[in-house]
Write a protein that binds this ligand. Structure first.
Ligand code: FA5
Length: 348
């Protein structure tokens, strides 16, 4: 390479380098442009390496020219880097910009489950009448779930068909909230006025009006001089508070080992108003079992059955909720379908 050639390379590389640096649109491209004009394998470096072979005068002039070219290109790189940095920052700011005129994003909030709403309402009707709320365990022992409730070992309610046993000797998923009656009476002296809501379990095939896991509210009143009239009056007060005046209530004699006499209480169907339809069958929806507490149950809990009498009933929360919200199939409560559940938003 002669001095003249070196000169023209320096001139060309200055122009080419400036163009390449200006054309870089990212830091990667800028780095590539820089190494192509100033890197070890660039034409510029070749000129530098050739300097040593030139005459003294040429070396001086070309050395100075090479320095100028390198300085010019380096400052071009720096300038372009600051431009790219500024552009980057601008982009970030743009992306982060908050449009104050946009409407806010409302966070999705859940709502009370219809069964929770109904349970709360039922319990409220009773607490307003002076009842206390108690809760019992869902896993019960034989005594509280059966024996103390006057359900002897050979009673059909004990067979594997109806009950779900826990794999521990003598323990069962409670089949009714009535077990809470026993726990309450064992723990306190009369008078007793309690409601006890909760989940119960039975070996049952689900259909429109039955579930294997459902909810009940137990009601128990034990005091001196309580009669069947008190039970009927309480049931009527409850039905009026829950369903209004236009639903009819029916009491039929029924058998439960822990009451005497016992009754099955039904409310006229909300769909057919008592005529009979697919949901109710015969026009009535059975809501609860009720009766006068069996003297043996009182004695089992250490109460004097000569002095004290009482009534009890246990009602199904799902059945009440069906009546209240005209739900045709009980299984809908457990499906977890948001389209169903969100209809209850704002109800409670
Ligand atoms: C009982 O469970 C008694 N412990 C009620 C009772 C309490 C009687 C106190 C006397 C004194 P029964 O099995 O009928 O009774 O159930 C009571 C209510 O629970 C029924 O009327 C119904 O509303 C509801 N129920 C019963 N089985 C189911 C089921 N499989 N799915 C949904 N609800 C049910």
């Amino acid at each position: 390479m002669d001095a003249q050639r070196a000169r023209s390379i320096l001139d060309e590389e200055l122009v080419r380098g400036r163009d390449a640096i200006a054309a870089a649109t990212s830091f990667e491209e800028l780095e590539a442009a820089k190494s192509s004009v100033l890197g070890r394998r660039s034409a510029f470096s070749e000129v530098q390496r050739a300097l040593g072979s030139f005459e003294h005068e040429d070396r001086k002039v070309l050395g100075a020219a090479a320095n100028d070219v390198r300085n010019a290109l380096r400052s071009a790189v720096q300038e372009r880097a600051s431009e790219l940095e500024a552009a980057d920052e601008e982009r970030l700011l743009d992306a982060d910009r908050v449009d104050m005129t946009l409407p806010g994003r409302r966070p999705r909030s859940g709502s009370m489950h219809p069964l929770a709403i109904v349970e709360r309402r039922i319990v409220e009707v009773f607490t307003r009448m002076g009842y206390r709320v108690v809760e019992g365990p869902q896993i019960e022992d034989d005594w509280h779930n059966f024996e103390a409730l006057n359900i002897p070992p050979d009673h059909p309610a004990r067979t594997m068909k109806d009950s779900l046993y826990v794999d521990v000797q003598g323990l069962v998923l409670r089949t009714e909230t009535s077990a809470a009656q026993i726990r309450t009476m064992e723990a306190q002296a009369p008078p007793v006025y309690i409601v006890s809501p909760g989940r119960v379990y039975r070996h049952e095939t689900p259909d429109a009006t039955h579930l294997p896991v459902f909810h009940q509210v137990e009601c128990l009143a034990v005091d001196e001089g309580i009669t069947f009239a008190d039970l009927k009056g309480t049931l009527e007060a409850f039905s009026r508070a829950m369903f209004g005046g236009d639903r009819r209530v029916r009491l039929n004699p029924d058998y439960f080992p822990f009451v005497e006499p016992g009754a099955q209480v039904a409310v006229s169907c909300f769909i057919c108003d008592g005529a009979g339809c697919r949901t109710c069958g015969n026009g009535w929806i059975e809501l609860l079992g009720a009766g006068m507490v069996h003297p043996k149950v009182l004695e089992n809990c250490g109460y004097d059955s000569e002095r004290y009498t009482g009534f009890a009933f246990g009602l199904g929360i799902e059945r009440v909720a069906m009546l209240q919200y005209a739900v045709p199939d009980m299984r809908m409560f457990g499906d977890g379908d948001v389209r169903f559940l969100e209809q209850f938003e704002g109800v409670a």
